[in-house]
Design a protein around this ligand. Structure first.
Ligand code: LR7
Ligand code: MN
Length: 594
């Protein structure tokens, strides 16, 4: 490839994507350790270009570089061309069985993954032009990074594809190593065969956690032995899109206290299709949390949008997904790495988000960096001590970081409240000392400055809990996976909060505020009553009349629930919740907060 090899000052000629092999060949190799010694960039004429948001001052101007830009080969596009969907033809009974088994073990289509190359092309660079054109890759003094991938019983093909996609996309001078940390996997191929596979490739190391402790302990083990200046964490079923690494590193150079995530692309769990970035679409999502302390996505608010001139600018995010990010190793240690008493899975992402913002760091998404992840709808992992560890992790983070607001979480999660009551969340004194040492701000500051868009439930609501029907002795329940617009159901009262949690707000809503903010919404009978996204979203917004309720007291804590405009009452009739003429002697209209 004449164009690729044309002379040019190192490291201007930094290779792109699959060019890493050539770069490797041109690097020096230490004769004793066989370690690659990354060439030091010679001092080059620099010209200040401070206006560039993602490069520290003193970078080459675009014009100086234009002759050296490497153009990736054009790839054909279209369905199935690159990173496209796997579409099986006719499948034999054995193949169907294999596919079933794959889903059982991994909760994604392992059968499909196994039939795609461990290094597939994701096609040409379809990111917005400013990402492609930007000076990221010419930033001369980007730090080196160690990529850390922890895994528990990951599928062979997805784990390898994660590693190879890093090797094939990360410029060799920046990639110190890839560290795989096994969290006590039981699948045989992840044992000796994995080490054997990477034996010749010194750049990839396998570390073992012999006892199952979870992803936090595994990541700490990886971080401990990492040699790079920056730590880059990835889940074990990821795929990096070309040009993903440089924007992350460049942002950290510019702002060493930034903890940066890529834009996370979806790899379809059924077809393995990679949703490639589009040159015309701007970043649309950032991370958030709800009061059950679950991570979620939300549109980037207008204010944040307007401060960004183009896609090369980072997006501030209140919370990050937690699995895919880069952080300066020194800053990772400074800011308290992880709460090492969190076990198995869950909670650590919200904990780190609060901590980073409260203690002097910043959490950002860098949309020019694109990394795919297989999102699945259920977890394949075993929880040796039960899924209670997730709640325990959440209680630890609430106790350390949420001050008085932790009560909102405890109110709607009885299991959490019980863990607190029994003092069963372990010792947090070390984390409190860290908070003290770093002079971290309080949670109200976080809500006011970092996440002012959050709906904050009343700290002391008048009435809250489960709403029990006195006729049936069952409770109002939003049902499984109700994102709104689905009828409520009646269910055995379980007294755990969760799907049965409602509170009567000062705005007279009956609000289910555990996950997405849902409000009980009156309908014209005979249509069943449902929950809908709450219309009231804080200052400047109004309560929808169908979501406004009047509570008529019959006995202590027992009410008729009358809609403010329909003048009808919530009624249980033949297993359905509907609105009917109010009738105080109808026991199926009597509702109690328990
Ligand atoms: O016991 C375990 N030991 C592990 O090593 C359980 C899991 N793991 C590994 C696992 O192999 C994987 O590499 O930990 C990683 C995360 O587990 P997943 O992929 O089963 O779960 P997930 O994708 O839902 O994980 C998200 O939430 C987790 C909460 O603890 C972590 O923060 C993950 O890093 C996070 N993943 C992402 O942020 C990727 C984007 C998805 C989103 C949103
Ligand atoms: Mn994952």
């Amino acid at each position: 490839d004449e164009d690729a090899l044309s002379p040019g000052p190192w490291p201007l000629r930094l290779p792109r994507t699959q060019e890493w092999v050539k770069a490797l060949l041109r690097s020096q190799v230490d004769n004793h350790s066989f370690q690659i010694v990354a060439p030091q960039p010679p001092s080059l004429k620099l010209s200040a270009e401070t206006a560039d948001p993602l490069c520290p001052p003193g970078f080459y101007t675009r014009d100086e570089l234009r002759p050296h830009l490497h153009r990736p080969p054009e790839h054909p596009t279209g369905p199935g061309a690159y990173g496209g969907a796997f579409v099986p033809g006719h499948m034999s009974p054995e193949e169907l069985r294999e596919k079933e088994k794959g889903y059982k073990t991994h909760c994604f289509n392992q059968f499909a993954s196994d039939r795609i190359s461990v290094h597939r092309s994701l096609g040409n660079d379809t990111r917005p032009p400013e990402c492609v054109d930007h000076v990221f890759r010419r930033c001369p003094h980007l730090p080196s990074t160690s990529v850390i991938v922890v895994f528990h019983n990951e599928a062979w093909s997805t784990l390898l594809r994660t590693v190879y996609s890093v090797l094939y996309t990360a410029p060799a001078v920046f990639l110190k190593e890839v560290i795989l940390v096994d969290d006590a996997s039981t699948l045989d191929f992840l044992k000796e065969p994995l080490e054997r596979h990477f034996q010749a490739l010194r750049m990839v190391r396998v570390l073992r956690q012999w006892e199952r402790r979870g992803l936090v302990a595994a990541r700490l083990m990886g971080a401990q032995s990492a040699q790079g200046e920056v730590l880059t964490f990835l889940d074990s079923h990821c795929e990096c899109f070309q040009g993903w690494l440089e924007p992350l590193l460049a942002r950290i150079v510019q702002e060493p206290s930034a903890v940066v995530s890529p834009d996370i692309a979806i790899i379809d769990k059924d077809t393995l299709e990679f949703s490639r970035p589009s040159p015309t679409t701007r970043a649309h999502n950032r991370g958030n949390f709800d009061w059950s302390l679950t991570f979620g996505w939300e549109p980037i608010p207008g204010q944040e949008r307007r401060t960004r001139k183009d896609e090369t600018y980072p997006v501030r995010t209140p919370v990050f997904a937690g699995g895919l990010f880069s952080i300066s190793k020194a800053f990772f240690q400074h800011i308290g790495s992880y709460d090492d008493k969190m076990e198995i899975w869950g909670g650590e992402n919200i904990e780190m988000s609060f901590r980073v913002w409260l203690c002097g760091g910043r959490l950002e998404i860098v949309p020019c960096s694109v990394v795919g992840h297989i999102f699945r709808s259920s977890s394949p992992h075993s929880f040796p001590k039960g899924t209670g560890v997730i709640v325990r992790n959440q209680v630890r983070l609430a106790e350390v970081w949420m001050d008085g607001h932790k009560q909102i979480f405890y109110r709607m999660n009885k299991k959490a409240a019980e863990i607190v009551r029994k003092n069963a969340y372990g010792d947090i004194s070390e984390r409190l000392r860290l908070k003290e040492r770093l002079k971290c701000k309080n949670f109200t500051w976080y809500l006011n400055h970092i996440y002012p868009e959050a709906f904050v439930p009343d700290l002391n609501p008048v009435l809250y809990g489960a709403i029990k029907n006195m006729g049936s002795e069952t409770c109002l329940d939003i049902g499984q996976k109700n994102p709104g617009r689905k009828p409520v159901i009646m269910y055995m009262c379980h007294n755990m909060g969760g799907n049965q949690y409602f509170e009567f707000t000062p705005q007279q809503e009956l609000r289910h505020s555990v996950g997405p903010q849902l409000c009980l919404q009156a309908t014209l009978s005979p249509a069943p009553v449902r929950v809908d996204p709450c219309h009231y979203k804080g200052r400047g917004t109004e309560v929808a009349p169908q979501q406004k309720w009047v509570l008529i007291l019959l006995l202590p804590k027992m009410y008729l629930l009358k809609n403010a405009v329909l003048e009808k009452c919530l009624t249980l009739e033949r297993d359905q919740v509907i609105m009917k003429q109010c009738d105080p002697i109808n026991v199926y209209q009597h509702w109690a907060f328990t």
